[in-house]
Design a protein around this ligand. Structure first.
Ligand code: BTN
Length: 254
């Protein structure tokens, strides 16, 4: 990738015009031994995957559809923190290239004025005590106009072009995502999650506000308190009980 300012992330780089999903390609590459920092990017995905088995609409050439392979020497329970680290890197890259100030909605959405700009999907391949590899998928809406989004997401999605009023260079954004991801990943491996937690909270949407967290075990309503040192969301319900939420869909009731 031209103009890349990283040591490992993106040094091995594969571009495809059209694939079903960059996640699937990255999984296969990682199983076959692709090195740390390998990046797979596609112009279009015909079967893009979102969280919770949802489809991810990846219209031709309009967004950044990419997956990164990392091989951190860590126990598997640390994997969810990579979603948060990636979200900070994406938010930082958006700020740097467009001047927009996005927010992060726990765990994996980057929003602008409440609408979704970016989603992140972290998939783990590991054993009981160690991560073999992580595939971090990033889907960022860059140059879509409103009509490029399918009807069912039109009201909830937005793009860098819609919000900044200009067409945005995908190359520049990718270079910045990789630069900041490498920086924050190194910081995390050196100092742990604490410094990242502070950064994450500076971007966070809805801390201190009412939220509804829909988990596989039901719904929890309360006030979002922030995240723990492990990156787990804390919610206080109306009886003052504090819930630790590992995985959920979040709604901010209006
Ligand atoms: C979400 O918000 O649900 C996560 C969306 C992740 C989408 C990206 S696009 C690149 C990579 N390949 C996929 O099939 N999904 C991720």
């Amino acid at each position: 990738l031209f103009g890349l300012a990283t040591k490992t992330i993106g040094r091995s780089f594969h571009y495809y015009d059209s694939v079903e999903s960059t996640q699937t390609i990255a999984h296969k590459a990682a199983r076959e031994g692709a090195p740390e920092g390998t990046v797979i990017i596609a112009g279009e995905q015909t079967g893009g995957k979102g969280r919770m088995s949802r489809p991810w609409h990846s219209s031709k050439q309009k967004g950044i559809w990419m997956s990164m392979i990392v091989r951190p020497k860590l126990p598997p329970e640390r994997a969810p923190q990579f979603t948060l680290i990636t979200a900070i890197a994406c938010a930082r890259a958006i700020e740097e290239v467009t001047g927009l100030e996005p927010h992060i909605k726990w765990p994996n959405d980057i929003l602008y004025k409440g609408k979704k700009l970016t989603g992140i999907l972290t998939e783990l391949q590991g054993e009981a005590d160690k991560v073999n590899f992580l595939i971090i998928g990033i889907g960022m809406n860059v140059n879509q106009t409103k009509d490029d989004f399918p009807e069912e997401v039109k009201e909830r999605a937005t793009s860098l072009e819609i919000e900044s009023g200009n067409s945005v260079s995908k190359t520049k954004v990718v270079q910045n995502i990789l630069k900041y991801f490498e920086k924050y990943y190194n910081l995390y491996m050196e100092k742990g999650f604490a410094p990242l937690k502070i950064m994450w909270e500076s971007y966070a949407a809805g801390i201190g506000k009412p939220i509804i967290a829909r988990t596989l075990n039901g719904e929890i309503s309360g006030i979002a308190l922030g995240i723990t040192d492990e990156g787990i969301l804390k919610v206080e319900d109306q009886d003052g009980n504090i819930h630790h939420i590992y995985s959920a869909d979040i709604e901010f009731p209006s």
